[in-house]
Ligand binder design. Structure first.
Ligand SMILES: Cc1ncc(COP(=O)(O)O)c(C=O)c1O
Length: 369
């Protein structure tokens, strides 16, 4: 057995020290393969979002399975991906400010960088920096298709930006982006489909407006795990940004049509550190190792054990009489939100068939700048 830090590759799961973020490799690989299979049958291609797993080797596996490049939320995530050898990146976000724009154009010396814009001053700033550095940045106009976050309003604002980008040195107008984040978690499949198609139509209308005015739209980008097959089947969409599907979480698994396709590869391994009352179990995994923006995370495969609360370093559970756990025992907890939980960890402890196979650095964890 080979030592990797303080763990031994090949040991049983129960010998991994806790709390630890486990990644089930069979499930991860199956999720990646299922998503890749879907994209073999549609016109759109997959450009998975890095923000969930933040780990280069997983990005490389997604690309090996057919993804055309990666989507990042942050420049610092993009830097990690480019330095790991990925050459085609969309930053699905606005890069604003002198320092960040300087980093972006320097990164563009090493990879094909595409970035979202929704502001004329930002277009001028990107253009000036790209010219100085001697690079071409590909630009997507972000349109607000109903999420009401970033993105220009439909109509004249889109046309004006397209005109400005097309005339700007150092920039190449590539197309449109509209992320339908207000639809991805709609529980009911029919309603999700209805709302998503409304949102996509807004982007498609803008594509037609631009084309009628002489601006070819090569890229139409959007979509998340909850809408990958709806947005991804639309013949006008060219790229889908789904991210959570690879590792998944229980919140996403609870929405109709997603939970029976993608399984949860993540769990937090925790140790029982105290059983002070017959019905109370306390473990070493608190809010510093898992988040609870949605429903509280719950134990994996243990009936009668329910999370009551998390404090910083403790998880407090209510146990039925049937639960047979004692101090020192270990069990898994399924995260409700993978993206924010993974970001709390330095490493994935990657397991297969009950054994530790490898340990992966989550190299872009905490990369928010
Ligand atoms: C811009 C953007 N694209 C895509 C996604 C899709 O991610 P997921 O697959 O987790 O739904 C997100 C999620 O926050 C996002 O912000």
């Amino acid at each position: 057995m080979k030592s990797n830090g303080n763990v031994f590759i090949g040991v049983d799961i129960n010998e991994i020290d806790t709390p630890a973020l486990l990644l089930d490799l069979d499930i991860l690989e199956a999720n990646i393969a299922k998503m890749a299979d879907f994209f073999k049958g549609v016109k759109a291609e997959l450009r998975p979002h890095v923000k969930t797993h933040k780990t280069p080797i997983i990005s490389h596996k997604q690309i090996e399975a057919g993804a055309i490049g990666m989507t990042c939320a942050k420049l610092s995530e993009a830097e990690v991906m480019v330095y790991s050898g990925i050459r085609d990146i969309l930053i699905a976000n606005q890069i604003v400010g002198r320092q960040k724009i300087a980093r972006l154009v320097n990164l563009a010396k090493h990879a094909d960088m595409m970035v979202a814009v929704d502001n004329p001053q930002n277009v001028d700033d990107l253009s000036a920096a790209a010219m100085t550095k001697g690079v071409i940045l590909r630009i997507l106009i972000e349109v607000d298709t109903g999420l009401n976050r970033c993105g220009v309003e439909t109509g004249e604002a889109v046309l004006n930006l397209a005109q400005q980008i097309s005339q700007a040195d150092g920039l190449s107008f590539a197309g449109l982006m509209g992320y339908e984040g207000h639809c991805v978690m709609i529980q009911n499949r029919a309603e999700r489909e209805r709302e998503t198609l409304k949102s996509v139509q807004i982007l498609v209308d803008m594509k037609h407006l631009l084309e009628e005015n002489g601006f070819p739209v090569e890229i139409m980008s959007g979509g998340g795990t909850g809408t990958y097959d709806i947005t991804g089947s639309h013949t006008e969409m060219t790229e889908i940004q789904a991210g959570s599907y690879a590792t998944m979480d229980t919140q996403y698994r609870s929405i109709e049509g997603i939970g029976d396709t993608f399984d949860c590869a993540l769990s937090i391994l925790t140790t029982v550190i105290s059983c002070p009352q017959p019905d109370r179990i306390v473990t070493d995994a608190g809010m510093k190792v898992m988040t609870q923006e949605f429903e509280p995370p719950q134990p994996k495969n243990i009936i009668g054990l329910e999370l009551v609360s998390l404090s910083e370093e403790h998880g407090k559970f209510k146990a039925d009489a049937s639960v047979n756990l004692k101090v020192g025992d270990k069990f898994g907890i399924l995260p409700t939100h993978g993206c924010t939980t993974i970001n709390l960890h330095d490493k994935f402890y990657c397991v297969r068939n009950g054994k530790l196979e490898c340990v992966w650095e989550i190299s872009a964890r905490g990369k928010s700048q």
